[in-house]
Design a protein around this ligand. Structure first.
Ligand SMILES: [Zn+2]
Length: 197
């Protein structure tokens, strides 16, 4: 099988063709009292609203090193990332971040403050990264990671970072670390910037 494009994993646009309530074909309309085009079902009346997805992750620190994972999955296979992933239904952002650290690195961590909240409107996502203290150097990467390792700040493989939300979070970390003051950083990533990565 040929390797699918990243849009295979995260369809964008996320237009639906069939109603998940009744299975009939959908149409693209602006429903009454709405101001956006939606996938709506003329058969059962369901309106299938689409909203941004949340990605939750951690900035795990041990001494003066940061924990990164090398991705064993597409997209960005073989690139390095902070432990992060899509938030699951029924969990909080903090619970999701802790779960990803366990799944991707097998790291024992103590959760810290929320650090970066990054809007990625062109990808229809919002990314949340929490600071975290790593309690033990022992790691046990799961199936989503080829390996996990700690990097001194001057050893971070910038050319092999998977996502702009990760590299910008790491840039803020290096900027803030000397003072140990980590104000919440909320910013947006544009498509132009994303293309540079
Ligand atoms: Zn329907």
């Amino acid at each position: 099988m040929n390797k699918p494009a990243p849009t295979f994993y995260y369809p964008n646009p996320r237009t639906l063709h069939y109603c998940t309530q009744c299975g009939k074909s959908l149409e693209r309309i602006i429903p009454p009292d709405d101001n956006r085009v939606r996938d709506a079902c003329p058969h059962c009346g369901a309106v299938h609203y689409q909203n941004p997805r949340c990605v939750v992750g951690l900035v795990p620190i041990l001494d003066e090193r940061v924990l990164l994972c090398r991705r064993a999955i597409e997209p960005q296979y073989n690139k390095w990332t902070l432990p992060a992933g899509f938030m699951e239904l029924g969990e909080t952002t903090a619970q999701g971040a802790m779960r990803e650290a366990d799944e991707e690195a097998g790291a024992q961590i103590e959760l810290g403050d929320l650090y970066t909240v990054i809007d990625v409107p062109h990808a229809e996502q919002v990314h949340f990264f929490y600071l975290a203290k790593v309690l033990s150097p022992e790691l046990n990467p799961g199936s989503e990671s080829l390996e996990a390792d700690f990097f001194a700040f001057d050893e971070i493989p910038w050319d092999e970072i998977a996502f702009r939300t990760v590299s910008t979070t790491l840039e803020y970390l290096i900027q803030d670390f000397p003072t140990q003051q980590f104000p919440l950083r909320n910013y947006a990533i544009s498509p132009e910037k994303a293309r540079q990565s």
